[in-house]
Every structure is written in structure tokens, then in C-alpha cells.
Design a binder for this molecule. Structure first.
Ligand code: TYD
Length: 230
């Protein structure tokens, strides 16, 4: 891909991993790096990213509900987010950096909660249909981490939500859910070893993006890294 094509095409990158895998600083670092490369960045998250979807997020993260209700609310939030934010941003050529997307639904609701994967697939096809194709991220950076290490990192960090308060076995299933999705879409998934230091993780992901022609400039130590390592 030439620089010109890179500049004019929208690019959709999602960030995935179990709670405690350490995505946040790297998402901020990549925002800075893409901006330095002259790209406009839309930074967003799921569930959420629009006023309606943020309202649904509050319900999903804090209120008890049955698994189908949970899945429907998450996909309803995703529909609004796609229509209001993601599709318009991609159409104007932005880099869309999205903290979690549908792989999280397969990992958390499918893997963690054991919810029917075929129903999730059906919802994915309805909700993400765009110009006759199912919208997926161009790339997914999966911060893969042993759930026991993630639990240690999270311990005492903040008041846990409905997912963060789940036992280790839940996160082992979530991890397996991500691994299954990565296996099904190897062209899209970049697996990052999130057990390494923050700087090593940064190197892994920027190298992967350079290799795929998505980054030309790399900020060696982004501003986001000035805060203490979590
Ligand atoms: P998270 O993205 O980790 O945000 P924060 O850093 O504020 O905790 O929290 C979102 C939670 O929602 C996380 O525990 C995973 C969960 N989740 C699902 O269960 N299904 C989904 O489809 C998505 C997008 C998130």
C-alpha cells in the first residue's frame, strides 16, 4: 500500500483482552502515533461510544440480567455506535481505534457466560451489515495474558464491575473465547504477549503495525507512558 492510499482509507483497529491485560496506555500511545503520522483518529469504546450506547453500557456493567438480555443490549449499543460513529469516521478516512468490539462479545458472553455462539453469530450478521458485508475491524490487537496474572494486576485497583468481579475460571473461559476467535480470523488478529513489560508490549504492537504497512512513524515512548506503569 502506498502512503497516499494509507492516508485516504479509513482504518478500523479494535483492542481486545481480558480485564487487567493493559490495553489503555497503548490505545493512548497509538492515538498519539497515528496523529503524528498526520491521521485523524476517532478514539472510542464498546459497549459505548454514543450517548445511547453509554447508557446501555451503564446497565450492562452494573445491573443483573439474563444472558440473552445482556447480549441484546450489547448488540443494540453496537448498532448505534456503528451507525453514529464508526461508519461515518471510516467513510471520512479516519483511523478508528476502538477499545473492544464484537470479539469481546464472543469471549465474554460466549466464552465466559457460555451463551449460544450461533445466536451471537446471527446478531453479528444483522447488526454489522454494511453495504452487503459484515463490518469487522481491519485489525484486532489481542492483548493475550494468563488470567491469573491479570487478576494479580487488577487486585485492589478499583471497585470491580459485573465482569471484573467474576472468578478466575470465568476469565479462563473468556481467554479461550478470544483464542477461538483469533483462530477463526488469523488475517485480522495480531496476538500480543501482554505479560511483557509495557515498553516491550509497545514494541510488539508497533512492529506488527509497521509490518502491515499501517504505521510509518513510531513514537518511541508516547506521552501516555509518562504515568507510572499499572
Ligand atoms: P472495559 O472495556 O474493560 O472498560 P474499563 O477499562 O472501563 O473497565 O470494560 C468493559 C467490560 O465489558 C469488560 O469487562 C468486558 C465487558 N464486555 C462484554 O462483556 N461484552 C462485550 O461485547 C464488550 C464490548 C465488553
Amino acid at each position: 500500500m502506498t502512503d497516499n492510499q494509507t492516508m485516504s482509507n479509513g482504518l478500523f483497529i479494535s483492542f481486545e483482552g481480558i480485564d487487567g491485560a493493559g490495553k489503555s496506555t497503548h490505545i493512548e500511545g497509538l492515538t498519539e502515533t497515528f496523529q503524528q503520522q498526520g491521521r485523524r483518529v476517532t478514539l472510542t469504546r464498546e459497549p459505548g461510544g454514543t450517548p445511547l450506547a453509554e447508557t446501555l453500557r451503564g446497565l450492562v456493567l452494573n445491573q443483573a440480567m439474563d444472558p440473552l438480555t445482556e447480549a441484546l443490549l450489547i448488540f443494540a449499543a453496537r448498532r448505534d455506535h456503528l451507525q453514529q460513529v464508526i461508519e461515518p469516521a471510516l467513510a471520512r478516512g479516519d483511523v478508528v481505534l476502538c477499545d473492544r468490539f464484537t470479539d469481546a462479545t464472543f469471549a465474554y458472553q460466549g466464552g465466559g457466560r457460555g451463551f449460544d455462539l450461533q445466536v451471537l453469530q446471527q446478531l453479528e450478521q444483522w447488526v454489522q451489515l454494511q453495504d452487503g458485508k459484515v463490518r469487522q475491524p481491519d485489525l484486532t490487537l489481542w492483548f493475550a495474558l494468563d488470567p491469573a496474572i491479570a487478576a494479580q494486576r487488577l487486585a485492589g485497583a478499583r471497585v470491580p464491575d459485573r465482569f471484573e468481579s467474576q472468578p478466575l475460571a470465568f476469565f479462563e473461559q473468556v481467554h479461550a473465547g478470544y483464542a477461538a476467535r483469533a483462530e477463526q480470523a488469523p488475517h485480522r488478529f495480531i496476538t500480543i504477549d501482554a505479560s511483557q513489560t509495557r515498553h516491550q508490549v509497545w514494541q510488539q504492537l508497533t512492529r506488527a503495525l509497521i509490518q502491515r504497512g499501517k504505521l510509518s512513524i513510531v513514537v518511541p515512548i508516547p506521552k501516555a507512558f509518562q504515568s507510572p506503569a499499572p
